[in-house]
Design a protein around this ligand. Structure first.
Ligand SMILES: CSC[C@H]1O[C@H](OP(=O)(O)O)[C@H](O)[C@@H]1O
Ligand SMILES: Nc1ncnc2[nH]cnc12
Length: 291
């Protein structure tokens, strides 16, 4: 069985991960361009951990400008088997107030100006996104939360908007009426790309605000969000530390096949494949393209 390597993508307010041992910072090159920054690689009780700040140091990169392909590619290159992402989000439900942690189980993708696949002309692949979250990973997060006495909501739908502007009132009401739980700007196409790269993925959405549908909250402001973010960050880091301590050291096969997503996804005939694209796919699809 392969060794587990836990990747943590830190979103707004989570720019570092304290408590790692034997830390080294590595700049990994990617054929997909510049990742958000160097990888912070360390260990927790022998488990390799790789941390990446999604928006870069000082929150430099906007959601639309994050190079999600490069980020996932470099995590794959260093052997990450499982990604847990920490993401700030707005809430559409009264019962999910600021401070709530939601273990997302579904996504709706409303982004429109991002590269959302490693594949394309010269090597076409279609992976399933029916169940975008790897259930075992989500269970480990829930167990870590229980052990740390951190309340989490066990499911929720995250709608990902393009941003960087927050939603209009009409958009906010539409998403609320559709039954979505939370809103953010980053988990798509990140989750899609993780699936294409056969990395298990789970998202901890940390509610920072009620978006603008809420009668008591006229407009979302970054200032208000940051206040809650600071409160959430300590809890989030404690949750991740416990997850790392208790995480299995061997990678467990994903029950829904997230880690074998490419087994039946490639459709381009071998003789029609573009060698230049295949070269770029060496890390994310090497397992199925070799031989
Ligand atoms: C600072 S609020 C808006 C910002 O926060 C979220 O980012 P992340 O998921 O990386 O925590 C949201 O999606 C926006 O990008
Ligand atoms: N209301 C909101 N909409 C989109 N992204 C967010 N991130 C945090 N709060 C948000």
């Amino acid at each position: 069985m392969a060794k587990a390597v836990l990747g943590i993508i830190g979103g707004s307010g989570i720019y570092d991960l304290p408590g790692l041992e034997n830390v080294v910072e590595k700049r990994i090159e990617s054929p997909w361009g510049e990742p958000s920054g160097p990888l912070v690689m360390g260990e927790v009780a022998g488990l390799p951990i790789v941390f990446l700040s999604r928006h870069g140091t000082g929150h430099r990169i906007s959601p639309s400008d994050i190079n999600y392909r490069a980020n996932i590619d470099v995590l794959k290159r260093v052997g990450v088997t499982d990604i847990v992402t920490l993401s700030a989000c707005g809430s559409f439900k009264q019962e999910l107030p600021p401070g709530t942690f939601v273990l997302i189980d579904q996504f709706v993708d409303r982004t429109y100006r991002r590269e959302s696949s490693f594949f394309g002309t010269g090597c076409v692949a279609h992976v399933s996104m029916a169940h975008p979250i790897s259930p075992r990973l989500r269970i480990h997060i829930a167990e870590a939360a229980r052990a740390e006495d951190i309340g989490v909501v066990h499911d929720g739908t995250y709608v990902c908007i393009e941003g960087p502007q927050f939603s209009s009132y009409a958009e906010s009401m539409t998403y609320k009426q559709a039954g979505y739980s939370v809103i953010g700007m980053t988990n798509m196409p990140e989750a899609k790309l993780a699936r294409e790269a056969e990395i298990c993925y789970a998202s901890i959405a940390m509610v920072t605000d009620f978006d603008c549908w809420h009668p008591d909250h006229d407009a979302v402001t970054v200032q208000d969000i940051v206040k809650v973010l600071v409160e959430n960050a300590e809890k989030a880091k404690r949750l991740v530390a416990r997850l790392a301590r208790d995480f299995p050291r061997e990678h467990e096969p994903c029950p829904i096949g997230s880690d074998r997503a490419l087994d039946n996804a490639l459709i381009t005939a071998p003789q029609a494949r573009d060698p230049a694209l295949l070269k770029k796919l060496d890390a994310v699809a090497g397992r199925v393209l070799k031989g």
